[in-house]
Design a protein around this ligand. Structure first.
Ligand SMILES: O=C(O)c1ccccc1NCC(=O)[C@H](O)[C@H](O)COP(=O)(O)O
Length: 276
């Protein structure tokens, strides 16, 4: 174990150990990606909040496991207004699978993020996805490829890499490799503590032409508003959507339900005026 790994929570050390062992695909993928920045713009234009809803059956910080069909959950999230989906493919700690992602991407027409702990180039070839997560904290370490190598390799295959950062130093590394889509994770992957101020601290240092996501710990509409005010172009939300009825949760967080109430009250006002 190296000095950096020593600082990680035991669950995260275990995630990394299994990630290092995971094999890649048989050939090299060639992805025809659905544009994430375009999807974010279209959602904004429609007056909704761009949300990447996460199909996350379980996690080291969640009690129990959600066993419903992930494809049905994904379809409900899209029906609730999700701009894109994040699909866990990590099997041991998150209950995800490559098969889930493949089936979900065949079913929905929004961009899909592969949420996994990719540390070597060959692992990029496990499955096609529109967005691909690269976690700065876990790269440039012994036994992993560099962020720069993985970023370039992902782009060459047609993926839109989402580079995830948690500190100013990681953000600088993301900008150095030319990242166009950056996610600030409010969860410290060292100790697993969540603090949404993390996004507020880092967002001012991100150039305007980057598509910027706030990730983790966003639990209600007030948090959504706070992250948007701090400059989030989109939000990645797992637990607050997976906990309960995923469609209702997604509608609330994207503002689809508020739009429905607004339209209903406009129709009522209009009908009242007409009958006077
Ligand atoms: O979610 C966990 O427990 C976790 C533990 C260790 C490493 C990563 C972990 N989560 C990955 C994520 O980035 C989140 O699933 C994602 O940002 C959604 O977060 P949330 O909305 O808080 O479920």
């Amino acid at each position: 174990m190296n000095a950096n790994e020593d600082k990680l929570a035991p669950e995260v050390r275990s995630i990394l150990a299994t990630a290092r062992e995971r094999s890649g695909g048989d050939g090299t993928v060639d992805v025809d990606a659905r544009s994430f920045p375009d999807a974010v713009r279209a959602t904004d234009d429609a007056g909704r909040v761009p949300i990447v809803a996460e199909v996350k059956p379980t996690s080291p910080t969640t009690d129990g496991e959600r066993t419903d069909d992930p494809v049905e959950l994904a379809a409900e999230m899209v029906a609730g207004g999700a701009t894109a989906l994040s699909v866990l493919t990590e099997p041991e700690h998150f209950g995800g699978s490559i098969a889930n992602l493949r089936r979900i991407r065949e079913t929905v027409d929004v961009p899909v993020l592969r949420k996994d702990f990719v540390v070597r180039e060959a692992q990029l070839d496990a499955v096609d996805s529109d967005l691909l997560l690269l976690i700065a904290r876990f790269l440039d370490e012994p036994g992993t490829d560099s962020l720069a190598t993985l970023y370039e390799a992902a782009r060459e295959r047609g993926f839109q890499p989402l580079v995830e950062v948690h500190t100013r130093e990681e953000l600088e590394r993301a900008l150095d490799v030319g990242a166009e889509i950056i996610g600030v994770n409010n969860r410290d992957l060292g100790q697993l503590a969540v603090d949404i101020e993390t996004f507020e601290r880092l967002a001012p240092h991100v150039p305007d032409d980057v598509t910027l996501l706030a990730e983790s710990g966003i639990s209600d509409v007030a948090d959504v508003r706070r992250m948007r005010e701090a400059g989030a172009d989109a939000l990645l939300i797992g637990t607050a959507i997976m906990d309960g009825d995923v469609r209702t949760n997604t509608e609330r967080l994207t503002g689809v339900d508020a739009q429905r109430v607004h339209r209903a009250s406009e129709t009522a006002t209009h009908t009242e005026t007409e009958t006077q």
